[in-house]
Design a protein around this ligand. Structure first.
Ligand code: GLN
Length: 275
């Protein structure tokens, strides 16, 4: 139970982090990651601070479209829970939605520099991210799970000690795994799907990722299973610039309406049918 205790301790530390805003190594990790994403986006034409605050009737959303059922491609179009909810928010704001697909680690930087209006990517609210951006009210919950090959000797989180763990770079799964099991055991991939492919190919022993994408990946790839033991309850929200409180308030109002009239629930149910 050693590893389990450590994970619990980490989760507790996360909760304390939330309470005291005095965060530890994971804060450093993430700040470093956010910094590099700012640099990365500064180099790309899509994220130029000079074109800050896109308005002109467009609501520009940054996402990473390989995170089903929240965002993924279907016939070259980005669909999913986030895409549908964002579409309805834009409609309520009298704006036209434009989605920009980028690395998950670049989203916060893009929101911060103002090259996009919001980041919506199954993104967990964390104290570290709140240092650089604001978040809307939450619209969904998630947990981190562990995917392994069928018949694997890994049957609980305890067995992950010393194993090669794949994660999606810059995500909360990445932070938990590196904090809990050591940098040297972590392999980072830019897409969850790539981590899962590496697991199927036997390059890594497990993948730590959010539960709903995990279900989609396991469904799409034979021979994989999700362990029963889960950890880290998380909440998803929309990231907005700290300079744009008006947009945050408008998003919250729209989200509030979508929650109140049952629309949000029905979108979630459409993509996540109850088992
Ligand atoms: N919820 C996780 C995070 O916010 C993963 C999000 C994602 O990969 N799109 O870090």
């Amino acid at each position: 139970m050693k590893a389990m205790k450590r994970v619990l301790a980490l989760v507790l530390a996360g909760v304390l982090c939330l309470a005291f805003a005095a965060c530890d190594t994971s804060a450093k990790n993430e700040r470093a990651a956010d910094q590099s994403s700012v640099e990365a986006s500064n180099n790309s034409e899509t994220a130029d601070a000079a074109e800050a605050k896109p308005t002109n009737g467009k609501l520009v959303m940054a996402t990473n479209a390989s995170f089903p059922p929240y965002e993924y491609y279907e016939n070259e179009k980005i669909v999913g829970i986030d895409a549908e909810v964002a579409e309805l928010i834009a409609e309520k704001l009298g704006m036209e939605l434009e989605i920009k697909d980028m690395e998950f680690g670049s989203i916060i930087g893009a929101v911060q520099t103002g090259s996009v209006d919001m980041g919506m990517a199954g993104m967990t609210v964390t104290e570290d991210r709140l240092v650089t951006v604001d978040f809307s009210d939450t619209y969904a919950t998630a947990v981190q799970v562990i995917i392994v090959k069928e018949g694997s000797e890994i049957i609980s989180v305890d067995d992950l000690e010393g194993k090669k763990i794949g994660v999606q770079e810059n995500t909360t799964g990445d932070i938990y795994a590196s904090d809990g099991f050591g940098e040297e055991n972590i392999k980072r991939y830019s897409k969850g799907n790539d981590a899962v492919a590496a697991l199927s190919a036997g390059i890594i022993d497990a993948v730590i990722i959010d539960n709903e994408p995990a279900k989609s990946y396991v469904k799409a790839n034979e021979g994989l299973v999700i362990l029963e033991s889960t950890y880290a309850d998380e909440e998803y929200a929309i990231a907005v610039s700290k300079d744009n409180t008006e947009l945050k308030e408008n998003i919250n109002k729209a989200l509030g309406e979508l929650k109140a009239d049952g629309t949000l629930d029905s979108i979630i149910k459409k993509y996540i049918p109850e088992d």
